[in-house]
Design a protein. Sequence first.
Length: 139
Amino acid sequence: MMNTWTFQHRFWSVVTGAEIPLDSEIEGGLMIPHPNGIVIHPQSKIGPNCLIFQQVTLGTRGDSGAPIIGGRVDIGAGARVLGDVVIRDYSKIGANALVLSSFPEGSVLVGIPARRVGLTKKARPRKLRSRTRFAAGQN
């Protein structure tokens, strides 16, 4: 006899076309605006507040492990993240990118294979301003 969770999972997998296993480690706030064609490996880990578009695959390459996605990572439509890679917080992966290696926090990744082309605004170092200037009203 199939339990309720398994039945609901199979039902929504058919309706949405997404294959997201019940035992995946997904933290809160995951947003999937268009779930069709998404495939997530059961050993993949997804951090909080991520955005995943349609046709994304998070999977393995042969015998290697599954990807680890940090918090607030955006993954564009059709992107593939394969193998034992770590994508750090605040990164963005462009549409149809093929990610085969790990990247640091705040990376903007594009291409096949993916390469880093910049930093997200959140990861850029901020210029420090003097507090005395603002205290004196000299904005």
